[in-house]
Design a protein around this ligand. Structure first.
Ligand SMILES: Cc1cc2nc3c(=O)[nH]c(=O)nc-3n(C[C@H](O)[C@H](O)[C@H](O)COP(=O)(O)OP(=O)(O)OC[C@H]3O[C@@H](n4cnc5c(N)ncnc54)[C@H](O)[C@@H]3O)c2cc1C
Length: 474
């Protein structure tokens, strides 16, 4: 996320001086590392939690459309960087059909209704629904083989989906930034404190291999993933005082057996269990990590006090404050099905995890799979007048003077980084972003900037054609 913001800023004004501070010894090793997330280019093609069914049975397409156009914006941005020779798409992007798969009459009815609603929009026009077992077998043979012939099943497919290695993308961003003037990245350096010294400047205190270091800066972006809440609290800005965080850990089952990896070519998303948070929708995915093809199934959620995979078990405890502790308890009471879901997941033995995989891939053999630890997510809890509210998405928090921005939460995450960073610029760099010079450069970087892709079919198709050609998506 920070590398995306730095790249956008440098494209808009190459004279801006930027320092990225990273506590680990390289870029993109936390949540953005390929194995720590699912690498889905979230476009709402297959993720059923982006189109929840209301109690009246209606499906609202709003969220799915917003996520889809956000992802198109990311593709547009990456395309421009490829065009400029700053990125190479074959290092981080692979085309992969996005499939939703469900069983049982209720879920089949839901999936049909979802496809009927979404495919009315240009963004999802190519979405196809099928209950034909032979066709489903062609789409996802591992999911169909060995399945009870009596089971009612259905799927939808969008061929134009992608798998993204966000770790490689981060590395590419940093490599490109390092070749430009006035850019520095300090590895093995931890931000330990930050405070405002006067109206216009912040001091940031670092613990670095060469000893303590102090940076003076007019603007800070806290893009520290799960660590952002801790830093937001240290900044003491008023706007940050209403937030708390609840960490959710994750695990995957991974398979590198060629006989299986060669047989599956899709991201297949199912229906989440009752109470499951959005990041726990089970899916069986083809992944490319460092050019190696593998299969990933999960995630299995759990609880750990850490805010970062390479963090401390005391992170949650240290984040508790008088003004956020009650909202955590209220959220716990209001979301008992989530609490019981997490407790269940925590108690899961290896054999239970394998049973979940078998529901998806009936012929799976235990010895082909190994357990891998995913990244941590810190779900946002926001204090409201009526008590605490659990937020499943991302939230940009900014100080009233625009000198600090923090990114909390993780869903839909890295896929929508460009849209999120535009929000940061609009809130913190208001005058600059409306200036002629920035506007001109923004239009070159994001040709559809300022337009609503969902309201302009011609533009959407034009932008898709451009991204497909520049990113080799066809
Ligand atoms: C299990 C799981 C599955 C996911 N699946 C998807 C998916 O399929 N598609 C998708 O788009 N997104 C997905 N996400 C979300 C995605 O991974 C995140 O949105 C994204 O990686 C966040 O990027 P970031 O830069 O904000 O955080 P990170 O990649 O975590 O980077 C933050 C960096 O800040 C550093 N840091 C923290 N504290 C400090 C400090 N005090 N000083 C210095 N450095 C510090 C950390 O070391 C880290 O390198 C998933 C996440 C998880 C956990």
């Amino acid at each position: 996320m920070s590398a995306t913001l730095a790249t956008i800023l440098k494209e808009l004004d190459p004279s801006i001086r930027i320092l990225i501070v990273e506590r680990l010894d390289g870029p993109g090793l936390e949540s953005s590392a390929a194995r720590n997330n699912a690498g889905t280019g979230h476009a709402a093609n297959c993720e059923l939690n982006y189109t929840p069914e209301g109690i009246d049975g209606r499906i609202d397409p709003k969220k799915a459309l917003a996520i889809n156009s956000s992802f198109e914006r990311s593709l547009e941005f990456w395309s421009s960087l490829v065009e400029k020779g700053r990125l190479s798409s074959n290092k981080f992007l692979n085309v992969l059909p996005h499939i939703s798969f469900v069983s049982g009459q209720n879920d089949v009815d839901f999936l049909f209704k979802r496809q009927q609603i979404l495919s009315r929009f240009s963004a999802f026009k190519s979405m196809k629904f099928s209950m034909d077992r032979e066709e489903l077998n062609q789409w996802a043979p591992l999911v169909m083989e060995g399945r009870n012939p009596e089971e009612v099943v259905a799927g939808t497919i969008v061929e134009r989906g992608v798998d993204v290695d966000f770790g490689s993308l981060t590395k590419s961003f940093i490599e490109s930034l390092k070749s430009q003037d006035d850019f520095e990245v300090a590895y093995c350096s931890t931000v330990v404190d930050l405070f405002k010294i006067d109206k216009e400047r912040w001091t940031v205190k670092l613990k670095s291999p060469s000893g303590p270091r102090e940076i003076i800066t007019p603007f800070i972006f806290l893009g520290a993933g799960g660590g952002a809440l801790t830093l937001l609290q240290k900044s003491s800005i008023k706007e940050g005082s209403i937030y708390a965080g609840f960490p959710v850990s994750g695990q995957w089952l991974i398979c590198s057996e060629k006989k299986l990896t060669n047989k599956h070519h899709a991201k297949v998303y199912g229906k989440p269990k009752v109470g499951a948070p959005p990041m726990s929708v089970p899916h069986l995915d083809t992944r490319w990590i460092n050019g190696e093809r593998s299969l990933l199934f999960g995630p299995f959620a759990g609880f750990s006090g850490k805010f970062l995979k390479y963090g401390s078990r005391l992170d949650l405890l240290r984040s508790l404050r008088v003004n956020n502790i009650s909202s955590i308890f209220q959220v716990g009471l209001k979301n008992l099905d989530l609490v019981s879901y997490l407790a269940n997941q925590l108690m899961q033995a290896e054999s239970d995890r394998f049973k979940d995989l078998k529901r998806f891939f009936p012929n799976a053999q235990e010895h082909d799979w190994e357990l891998s630890i995913a990244g941590q997510r810190v779900q946002i809890i926001k204090a409201t007048e009526t008590g605490g509210e659990l937020k499943m998405g991302t939230e940009v928090v900014t100080s009233s003077d625009g000198s600090l921005a923090a990114l909390l939460g993780a869903s839909p995450g890295a896929s929508t980084a460009v849209t999120i960073m535009l929000e940061v610029l609009h809130r913190c760099w208001r005058h600059k972003i409306s200036s002629d010079s920035w506007m001109k450069r923004l239009k070159l970087l994001l040709p559809s900037y300022g337009e609503d892709l969902n309201a302009n079919d011609e533009l959407l198709n034009k932008m898709r054609k451009r991204s497909d050609a520049l990113l080799d998506l066809i």
